[in-house]
Design a binder for this molecule. Structure first.
Ligand SMILES: [Ca+2]
Ligand SMILES: [Ca+2]
Length: 440
């Protein structure tokens, strides 16, 4: 026993030690009662004064304290460091110290401090004396990343998950876990430039058709970065356009009661049906639509009248995936004509070996003219020609409706010649034949 405090302590009958932890300085006192005569000896044991430091928000906290000494000048033998959580007052051993494993140092690093705000308390021990510091200043650590969520996009997507009005707004809200607090939100659209906003909430404005992916993350003031989130925006602000055309191989004009047309949208649509086809110009025409997506066939049937059938698709007949209604189409036409042309011969002449027949038709047409030698000389010709072996000439009659067909025969041939004209219009209607001759 090397010092006076204990020597004096041995002499005391009753020793009461009280440590006041929340006042500065802490102090201890002895009170003793002896046999017959009382003696009181009082000494103080100063408490350490604790300071904390470290890199902001770091989970390693440097704790330092002043040496505790007795009023008799004896330094404390050891110290135990305790960390107090500001949030709930709970305590934890710090710097690896405990009552059974104190430190003789006047400083230590407290590693792996959990996220939170902490104060430190150091208890000094000198033999049976103890003296506990007041709590240090607070030190906040934050090793916990914030979280970030996207709220409901505006406007609300349709049932297909598409928007048709730009811009689409994606609200973002970040929440930090720990005392550092959210420092910023960073986001980008697709592979675009990263935008960083120094706030805990922001909103992203998305424009431009397509499937757009917004990615985002939050960073707290300690530099912890959240998990990266993403929100997909499907934006289509473009209305479908539509064209109507005659199907491949569709005759125009035609003499049929049916016709086929194609309807092609600029993108896949839904809702296009037979009732969306507008028909006019030919009595009896009805439409039947088949097809899906962007391509449809319109089968027209039941035409009984003559004239120009007009086919079109009005605006808002169908919608795309984002519910954009189509714009109106142009008009496709097919002429229906079941009336056969008539033909007339105006003249049929021969000059040497040159035969020429002229005539007219009741409408633009092709006239098939067949020249044929009769069975005898002109003045005795009694029998009709044998048409199957005769020379044919096809002439197309212009809109003037007049035609001329030439043929060349032997200039010395004295037999009679005939010409037969048969008109066919563009719709395929063939008129009655007219025979001219003989000439010779
Ligand atoms: Ca944090
Ligand atoms: Ca569209």
């Amino acid at each position: 026993m090397g010092h006076g405090l204990l020597r004096r302590g041995v002499l005391l009958g009753v020793v009461v030690l009280a440590v006041v932890t929340c006042t500065q300085p802490a102090w201890a006192f002895w009170r003793t009662t002896g046999l017959g005569s009382g003696t009181a000896v009082t000494a103080t044991f100063s408490a350490p004064v604790v300071t904390v430091s470290g890199t902001a928000w770091s989970s390693t906290v440097h704790v330092a304290w002043t040496a505790a000494t007795t009023s008799g000048g004896l330094a404390a033998q050891s110290y135990v460091v305790v960390r107090v959580d500001e949030a709930d007052g709970s305590t934890a051993a710090a710097c690896g110290t405990s009552a059974g494993s104190p430190t003789a140092s006047l400083a230590c690093d407290d590693p792996a401090v959990p996220t939170g705000t902490h104060r430190y308390v150091v208890t000094a021990t000198q033999q049976s004396w103890t003296s506990t510091s007041t709590a240090s200043a607070a030190f906040a650590t934050d090793a916990t990343a914030p979280s970030i969520v996207a709220g409901s996009v505006s406007p609300v997507a349709n049932a297909n998950g598409y928007q048709r009005t730009a811009p689409v707004t994606v609200p973002l809200t970040a929440t930090d876990v720990g005392p550092a607090g959210v420092a910023s939100i960073s986001y980008r659209i697709d592979g675009g430039t990263v935008t960083t906003v120094a706030a805990a909430t922001t909103s992203v404005s998305v424009s431009g058709d397509g499937t757009r992916v917004v990615t985002y993350a939050a960073t707290d003031a300690a530099g912890n970065v959240s998990v990266i989130g993403s929100t997909t925006v499907r934006l289509d602000t473009t209305a479908p356009t539509v064209t109507v055309a005659k199907a491949g191989g569709q005759a125009d004009p035609t003499n049929a009661s049916t016709a086929q047309l194609t309807v092609t949208f600029s993108e896949a649509v839904t809702g296009f049906t037979s009732t969306d086809v507008v028909l006019s110009g030919v009595t009896g025409a009805t439409a039947a639509v088949s097809g899906t997506g962007a391509s449809y066939t319109v089968a027209i049937s039941g035409m009984t009248g003559q004239g120009t059938l007009s086919v079109s698709v009005p605006a808002a007949a169908a919608v795309d995936v984002a519910d954009n209604p189509n714009t109106a189409s142009g008009t496709a036409t097919v002429v229906r004509d079941t009336v056969a042309p008539t033909v007339a011969v105006s003249s049929f002449t021969r000059s040497g070996g040159n035969l020429t027949v002229t005539g007219t038709t009741s409408e633009p047409a092709s006239v098939t003219v067949t020249f044929c030698r009769g069975t005898g000389l002109l003045f005795i010709n009694l029998l009709p020609p044998i048409w199957g072996s005769c020379t044919e000439t096809v002439v197309t009659v212009s809109s003037s409706n007049s035609w001329t067909a030439p043929a060349t025969v032997s200039s010395t041939d004295a037999f009679a010649y005939y010409a037969r004209a048969v008109p066919t219009d563009a719709a395929g209607n063939t008129g009655s034949a007219v025979v001219a001759g003989p000439v010779g």
